[in-house]
Design a protein around this ligand. Structure first.
Ligand code: ADP
Length: 608
């Protein structure tokens, strides 16, 4: 066991490098509060010692006063010290309340600081991170730790300091009876040290192994309680299924956790037994001394107090140290997450196109597969999107159309081939410049749970758009009419999270389209813009779309021929390849895939 203890101690110590970094974080987030907290801690550590001395003084004075018959004059000095003691007690109570307040302020600040670091990191990472469960595990661990860690850490350090002071005082009391007594005190707590280290490390391993299982319970909980799943859950009667799934995972986690704590309790009991044996031996020795008349019975009583308190303090200290390391182990997870780096970044030396917009976009021999996927989404794919024109990319689901958008926005980099914007490689442009050039109306746009006006304004935050331009964009996209129908028009909060009003899928899509129009960027990409519109609405806005994107490069992704036909040039895409290109008329004349589908559709329409 003692050989093992060194190995474990080493593992234990290896975790401590995170401590200075964590303390640095606390310091950065709450400087003044941390200074105040440290001062309070020292004061609180010293006060009990002051009280011990005052007690001794009171007892001494009382003993001498009572010796020659009590009189007011003799008792007075003792009463003054009693008064002083009362003041010290009052002061410690005051300090305790003060430190609760200071620690809360400090920990709230630290918590928010860490949350901010996590949020900053999360939005800076590549979309590719979302493809791996590992990322979710790391994020989960970092988030949970950010909430629980700071206060716990500060409490650990505080308790560690305060208890060390008390322990040192006890050791000082024991030394006069023999130097070996403090040594025995330490040896008697070694098994307890072993137990603390072993179970701290085991608990952390268990936690790491089960992060995904814990996340799974969060997922089931989310499925069971959130609005977005509520309708389908009821319709398919999935409530019991998810409840069982939740309970099954929880049962395993619960059992394992309880077993771990049970084993730890048993081990602690054995360690405590060893401590008691050591104490018994020490007391037997003291009694022997007393029998021989070397020490008094009072000494035995004092010794018993000091030794047992010392042992208790050692154990508390060990637990403090265990908790401290446990919390720094959690910190490791936080720092692991914070050290993730995005791969898609601006190069050291950036260039932008020589000519002003509109820009031509050229994809040359692109091969791309999603991170963690075996299948290529695009294989030796080439496409030119002409400057200042409307290009449609037409193809069935899964053809690779959305992938093209993601590559143009540089959410991912292709494995092979290159993408040119104007005359420069996309990879050589500054990333923020590139994203600024592009507006995308995504197939499933974000629903911002804020006012309708802000829902449109978000796309152009820098320009702080006024109501006139917001309304203009809404009229152009067809969002104006549904927004005016809402109880407070443009000031109505949308979505149900904060008591707002709900729009239909198609109406949300128009709001998102208004966002795209307001942004005024030289490249406009629409991913299935009409999927939730009926054919009348589709015709209504497609006819105005041309004016709106005049002078810009526009790309429409669609699987509808009726949408594609309005484009200047249509590329028909299937299984990651372009198979036909040309205007609507040219493609009809080609009598290929497009013409066949078109004839088929119009025939069906005529029949109806
Ligand atoms: P489309 O937009 O034409 O419907 P996508 O570009 O979304 O098609 O998808 C092209 C192919 O890439 C599909 O086979 C799809 O399964 C795959 N794919 C899409 N997104 C991912 C992803 N995040 N991870 C792995 N494969 C994906």
């Amino acid at each position: 066991m003692y050989f093992d203890i060194f190995k474990k101690l080493k593992e234990f110590k290896a975790q401590l490098p995170y401590l200075p970094r964590a303390l640095g974080m606390v310091w950065k987030a709450a400087r003044l509060w941390t200074i105040a907290w440290t001062l309070l801690l020292i004061l609180q550590g010293v006060l009990p010692v002051v009280n011990v001395y005052l007690t001794k003084a009171v007892v001494n004075r009382l003993v001498s006063a009572l010796g020659g018959g009590a009189s007011w004059e003799k008792i007075k000095p003792a009463l003054v010290i009693v008064l002083l003691m009362a003041l010290v007690l009052l002061l410690s109570e005051g300090l305790r309340s003060l430190s609760t307040w200071i620690r809360t302020a400090q920990s709230e600040l630290v918590q928010d600081h860490i949350s901010d670091l996590i949020h900053e990191k999360a939005v800076s990472l590549d979309l590719g991170f979302y493809e791996t469960p590992n990322y979710y595990d790391q994020l989960h661990r970092a988030r949970v730790d950010a909430m629980s860690m700071p206060l716990a850490l500060m409490e650990n350090i505080g308790a560690l300091l305060q208890n060390t002071i008390t322990l040192l005082a006890m050791v000082a009391v024991l030394i006069p009876y023999g130097l070996w007594l403090p040594l025995l005190l330490i040896v008697s707590t070694l098994p307890a040290l072993y137990v603390v280290i072993r179970y701290t490390l085991r608990f952390n391993q268990w936690r790491l192994k089960n992060t995904m299982a814990v996340r799974r319970t969060y997922y089931y909980d989310w499925m069971l309680t959130e609005r977005e799943n509520a309708a389908e859950l009821r319709l398919f009667d999935l409530g019991n299924f998810f409840r069982n799934a939740f309970q099954n995972v929880r049962k395993r986690l619960r059992n394992e956790r309880v077993a771990l704590v049970r084993d730890q309790a048993m081990a602690e009991l054995l360690a405590a037994g060893f401590g008691l044996l050591a104490m018994g031996a020490a007391i037997a020795w003291m009694m022997w001394q007393a029998i021989q008349g070397i020490v008094t019975l009072g000494d035995v009583a004092l010794f018993y107090q000091a030794f047992s308190q010392g042992q208790r303090m050692m154990k508390t200290l060990l637990n403090n140290a265990g908790n401290l390391v446990r919390n720094t182990l959690f910190l490791e997870n936080l720092f692991e997450f914070l050290s993730l780096e995005p791969k898609i970044t601006s190069p050291p030396r950036t260039v932008t196109p020589k000519d002003p917009p509109p820009y031509e976009i050229k994809l040359k021999n692109i091969t791309f597969r999603y991170p963690g996927s075996q299948r290529t989404a695009l294989n030796d794919f080439s496409l030119t999107i002409e400057a200042g024109k409307i290009t449609a990319l037409l193809g069935e689901n899964g053809a690779g159309k959305s992938t093209v958008i993601k590559l143009i926005c540089r959410f991912y980099d292709p494995e092979q081939g290159k993408i040119l914007i104007g005359d420069v490689n996309l990879r050589d442009t500054p990333l923020d410049w590139l994203r600024n050039q592009i507006t995308v109306l995504f197939q499933e746009p974000v629903h911002y749970h804020t006012t309708a006006a802000q829902n449109i304004a978000v796309s152009n935050q820098k320009a702080e758009p006024d109501m006139t331009s917001i309304e203009e964009a809404a009229r152009a996209s067809g969002a104006d009419t549904p927004i005016r129908r809402l109880s407070k028009g443009y000031e109505t909060v949308l979505g149900k999270w904060f008591g707002g009003e709900e729009l239909s899928v198609g109406e949300w899509q128009r709001v998102a389209l208004a966002r795209a129009f307001l942004r005024q960027s030289p490249i406009v990409i629409l991913d299935e813009p009409t999927s939730a519109m009926d054919s009348w609405a589709e015709m209504d806005w497609l006819s105005r779309f041309r004016d709106l994107v005049a002078g810009r490069t526009a790309l429409i992704i669609t699987h509808r021929l009726s949408t594609a036909r309005y484009a200047d040039i249509i590329h028909v895409m299937t299984e990651g390849q372009i198979v036909e290109s040309g205007s609507h008329e040219k493609l009809l004349a080609l009598e290929g895939r497009y013409a066949y589908s078109w004839r088929n559709q119009t025939k069906t329409v005529k029949k109806q």
